[in-house]
Design a protein around this ligand. Structure first.
Ligand code: BGC
Length: 255
């Protein structure tokens, strides 16, 4: 039990990587505030899994694109759980669009969800940790695309590249408060975000050709790394982007 006595707030907690992290953290002894866009059956399922692991679970609904809602999310999470010392910014979206066709609405959806949300939720979290006079952990779920080009997903790459710099800056600025800030940079993980790709055997075969370990990652793979970063083993890690991609980012071969 590496996270006994800790309390995490996980955005995107209703599905995919966020849900797996919430459950893994509970198995490691943490209570969890499940933050989800809507207080729906999916969020409830995550909460039930946390409770089944013997920990307390609370659901708070918020749209991470709205700063007022983020402030309320943090306040309600603290009121329910007592305090929050682990923040996982997982909520994220991607929109496929050739650059020449991309719209302002696509851009705003992706940038506000993937970058503005983590920025202001980290701010609310850091203010809370300063107020209670203790440190904490911020873990952002980024992507290999914080470095790697992804044609037709330019807004997504811009958001993840921004998240990388957010992490590096905050690592320095929040270190005096005892708060570490890191990115996890997954490659292709089998979640709803790439459901259409997974349904297309030819696209899947092309993707697997680019992954040396020859499989998609699982949300549980990512959750294990998040638990490590959140635990005492991660004490001296800050400002890092940790790849978890089966070798995808640096794969290069000639036949
Ligand atoms: C994206 C997926 C993509 C994967 C590997 C992830 O960040 O969300 O759509 O398949 O990176 O390229």
């Amino acid at each position: 039990m590496r996270l006994a006595g800790r309390t995490a707030l996980v955005t995107g907690g209703g599905s995919g990587i966020g849900r797996a992290i919430a459950i893994r953290f509970a198995q490691e002894g943490a209570d969890v505030v499940v933050a989800a866009h809507h207080c729906n059956a999916a969020a409830e399922q995550t909460a039930q899994a946390v409770r089944a692991a013997g920990r307390r679970a609370f659901i708070v609904a918020a749209d991470v694109r709205d700063v007022a809602q983020l402030t309320r999310l943090m306040d309600e999470g603290i009121a329910a759980a007592g305090a929050i010392d682990l923040l996982v910014n997982d909520a994220g979206v991607e929109v496929r669009a050739p650059f020449l066709d991309a719209t302002e609405a696509d851009y705003d959806l992706v940038l506000e969800t993937n970058l503005k949300g983590p920025y202001f939720l980290a701010q609310a979290f850091a203010r809370h940790r300063r107020a209670v006079g203790a440190g904490g952990r911020i873990i952002n779920i980024s992507s290999v695309h914080e470095d790697l080009c992804f044609p037709h997903f330019t807004s997504y790459c811009v958001s993840k590249g921004g998240l990388r710099m957010l992490t590096r800056n905050l690592a320095i600025e929040l270190a005096p408060l005892g708060i570490t800030v890191n990115n996890i940079a997954p490659g292709a993980i089998g979640t709803a975000i790439n459901r259409s790709l997974q349904a297309n055997p030819r696209e899947m075969a092309d993707l697997l050709d680019n992954i040396p370990l020859r499989r998609l990652g699982t949300p549980e793979d990512v959750a294990g790394l998040a638990a490590f970063l959140a635990s005492a083993d991660g004490d001296y890690i800050t400002g890092a982007s940790l790849l978890i991609d089966g070798g995808l980012l640096w794969a290069y071969a000639e036949q």
